[in-house]
Write a protein that binds this ligand. Structure first.
Ligand code: AMP
Length: 421
């Protein structure tokens, strides 16, 4: 057996985990500030939940789902995205009874059997929001704004916001049929996958990355020519809200994100510094999805951001993400006989709510001080036999290297006041 994480997956070692902690912490904070509440759904769901919501003809359902049978032969799938599970939870727990819209956010791993490359993995993390039960175009603008504000909080600058409207069940069918006519007339110029898509679900050709298919789409009918008045008005209002708060964006009528459930507004935020996988996140409206599952009419809108893409973009922009550490104190001892006193002091620090650590195997003081440096603690408490005799210790300020003698019984409160806790 090869002792290696499966292709497309990766371990997140402590240093990287700290960066992610920061990314998740900032996200939770800003989402909560906007009135969103966290929801946690299972890692796997009934397969049908995804096939119905995402669409039979999408790449995700056709090629990318991790589907398996459990011991009772139920077909289950590792979630490739979180909108469908959140919608399921909304219906299952009757969240319609709560004041609408219900604003939720999630953070967690998703699974897609894709060809791994930079910025594309088989297990990857997303954070996102879903607003359920609101048709006001201000909500579309709010989620776009929230996404932009969050990325700005991470100091990302080279961003581009793309928006489009996918129309609704009134106007989209006419567009789709015109698109289909056009594609069937040019079928020999399409790749073999797109020839099939042209018949089953012509919109999915927008997902194709092949140059030939992209060229054909440039000449194809545009959704904007078919928007009904309500969709046009809705989209105008979304744009007006965005302009009002000074958000710059580009309208691109070829932005059709890879899920069938989108209606009206779709959007994407790209980093100008990333290559092929430049979408940091995206989302849109899905006004019919709750009803399609048998729930009450519930217009909704949401987005998802890829955490690995955020990390790549931060790296490209030269942003060093702070590594949060609540570990403030290291206790170093001159000889092991002092271990029991140090152990007591360690727990005095913990009882006072101050992060502290010591090493039980490193015998040499120099080695212990090296460890303290590596841990980037603010203070090191050094106890030697003479100090212990006098019930004192040395308190070392790691930044300046200065040292001060303090009574052992007072060192915890001294550090507490220095840390302003
Ligand atoms: P989607 O759920 O397809 O709308 O994607 C939303 C975001 O999730 C993308 O913009 C990416 O940042 C991220 N993402 C999607 N698929 C992957 C993947 N296979 N690997 C890494 N990130 C991904």
């Amino acid at each position: 057996m090869e002792l290696k994480a499966p292709r497309g997956t990766f371990d997140i070692l402590p240093k990287a985990a700290k960066k992610r902690w920061f990314i998740e912490e900032i996200a939770s904070r800003i989402f909560e500030e906007y009135g969103y509440k966290r929801i946690i759904t299972p890692i796997f769901e009934h397969t049908e939940l995804f096939t119905r919501a995402i669409g039979e003809a999408t790449d995700i359902v056709q090629k990318e789902m991790y589907t398996f049978y459990d011991k009772t032969k139920r077909s289950l799938t590792l979630r490739p995205e979180a909108t469908a599970p959140v919608v399921r939870a909304y219906i299952e727990h009757n969240l319609k009874q709560q004041p609408q819209p219900v604003k939720l956010y999630y953070i967690g791993p998703m699974f897609r059997y894709e060809r791994p490359q930079a910025g594309r993995y088989r297990e990857f993390w997303q954070l996102g929001v879903e607003v359920m039960g609101g048709l006001n175009p201000a909500i579309d603008a709010e989620v776009i704004l929230l996404m932009e504000q969050y990325l700005r909080k991470l100091n990302l600058k080279n961003l581009e916001i793309i928006v489009n409207s996918m129309g609704c069940s009134t106007c989209r069918p006419l567009f789709t049929s015109k698109l289909k006519d056009y594609l069937l007339q040019n079928t020999e110029k399409l790749c073999s996958d797109c020839q099939k898509r042209a018949n089953i679900n012509p919109l999915r050709i927008f997902d194709c990355k092949k140059e030939g298919c992209k060229t054909q789409l440039e000449l194809a009918p545009k959704i904007s020519e078919y928007w009904c008045n309500t969709c046009r008005e809705h989209f105008d209002k979304v744009q007006n809200f965005l302009r009002k708060v000074g958000i710059e964006f580009i309208v691109d009528t070829s932005l059709v994100r890879g899920f069938d459930y989108y209606t009206r507004t779709t959007f994407e935020i790209r980093s100008r510094l990333l290559g092929a996988q430049n979408a940091l996140g995206g989302g849109g409206r899905y006004d019919q999805l709750v009803e399609e599952y048998g729930g009450p009419p519930t217009p909704a809108v949401g987005f998802a951001i890829g955490i690995e893409r955020l990390l790549l973009a931060s790296e490209k922009e030269g942003i060093s993400l702070p590594e949060y550490s609540p570990l403030h104190v290291y206790i170093a001892i001159v000889d092991q006989n002092i271990g029991i006193e140090a152990f007591k002091l360690l727990y005095d620090f913990h009882r006072a709510g101050i992060g502290a650590d010591m090493n039980y195997s490193e015998k040499n003081l120099k080695g212990q001080l090296k460890l303290a440096n590596k841990m980037s603690v603010a203070y090191t408490v050094i106890i030697g036999p003479d100090e212990l005799e006098a019930k004192k210790c040395q308190l070392k300020y790691m930044k300046s290297g200065e040292q001060q003698e303090v009574r052992i019984s007072e060192v915890v409160s001294k550090v507490k006041s220095l840390l302003e806790l």
